[in-house]
Design a protein. Sequence first.
Lengths: 272, 294
Amino acid sequence: MLEVRSVTRMFGQKAAVDNVSFSVDSPAFVGIIGRSGAGKSTFLRLMNRLIDASAGEILVDGRNVLALKGGEARAWQAQCAMVFQQFNLVPRMDVASNVLHGILNRRSTMQAMFSLWSRADILKALDILDRLGIAEQAPKRAEALSGGQQQRVAIARALMQDPRIILADEPIASLDPMNAQIVMDALKKINVEDGRMVIANLHTLDTARRYCDRVIGMRDGRIVFDGTPDQLSTGVAREIYRADDSFNEDATSTSIPTDTRADRSFADVMLS
Amino acid sequence: MVDVAFGPEQGQRPDLSNNREAYLDLVRRKRMYGGILLVIFIALMASGWSLAEDRNAGGFLEGLHQIFDFPAEVFAEAWQKLDLLPGIFIAHIPALIETLNIAAVATLLGAIAAVSLSLLATRGLARWPRLIPVFRRTMDALRAVPEIVIALVLIYILGGGPVPAVIAIALHTGGALGKLFSEVAENADLKPVEGLASVGANWSQRMWLGVIPQVAPNWLSYALLRFEINVRASAILGFVGEGGIGHDLKIAMQWGQGRYDEVVAIFLLLFLTIVVIDQVSDHYRHKLVKGSQA
């Protein structure tokens, strides 16, 4: 389904993404972890074609999406939705309009510019908002919503795109623990119920353990870990974050502690 | 605990003694630049004064006391004929409307050109980043040529009347507003634009939906200020045969004594027009900005 082959992105002499290769066969929930500057965001931006790669290929059903140009590249962007850390909504426009922006690529420029959306499109946007539990916010300006609500609007925009893949760049990094959980639950539900692949950059290890089917660890632009959440031990995490023995992943954890499989395995590690 | 906040190497803290020296160095350099600027400023003032003295052949100081003679003469005559002023006002209203019309159409056309030029010339937003210098120089060129020069050339080609005036003012407005619009757009938040780019929106969609909503209040306020300026420009163009209230003003001034009441009336009309435009524009701008915060 998705095959990443030796993707590299240089910024001057520095490789932000360095020869990254992996493949995903099923619509899995893939988490990418690593320190700031490890190349996680750059990689997602490459995939969405917000920036260009210096080398390599990303094959989606055998087609190299990095080679697409102009309108074809934009058509790919429409199939590969992106959720940002800072939501990246249009603050002065209402919530439903922001969701409708998800189909900009499939409607004419004039239709979008003058908000001449069809009844079916508007109803679809409202349904998606309803699914995410924020239908009553539809007429409000996006900037009037809380961070957690805005991120759900951003996810609604992504769903409006009817994407094959959802890329989430630190989707919960600027949210409080409660909202972070709501947003991650929503992404997981979309992944499981709709069968859409989700690739999310995550900051906290327990989030990665709890929600992901697979975790990729990046350091200095390279993949240094690729495995299941169970394999993501504290020792492995230390390697990924290049930390020494004083590294305590609980010290900065922002998630609500719950009794999950991941937490138990973490407890096991600590006891052993 | 290892402090990983400083740089890539663990536990390495910046050398504070070096930092202190570096900062003091920075302060010294800033003060030096400030001093150099002051010296340049004083030198410019001094050379300007001596140049004015040389060219003026001493007439400047001798003529200084006469500077208020002409206005005094004008106002004295207008004061005597105060009862005639309302009638003169009404007589000049059609000419004023023509002047306002020229200014309004020119501002509108210039603003439309400025919108496209500014977006094409703004870093981070431009459709073709390599052509940014081309669009910037185009705006510079449009701004550099005064309206009156363009108008005089166009009068030879197209004859007198409002059309050359509209074209002349619109061209200048396109360059002037384009520059201001571009500066506003430069400060626009790029996150919404990036969000729109990520769904596959094309350039016009990104600009219209991501940038324009952010910059609209400031753009409108600059456009209305430009309209004020253009009313004045349109009046000046009347002096060179473009019609409107400027033409009336020129005739009244040339006539001299006996028609000074008319001169005062026309100036008052222009002044009142500017005040009204200012008030109206203030009102709508506030509405637009407040509306965005609701």
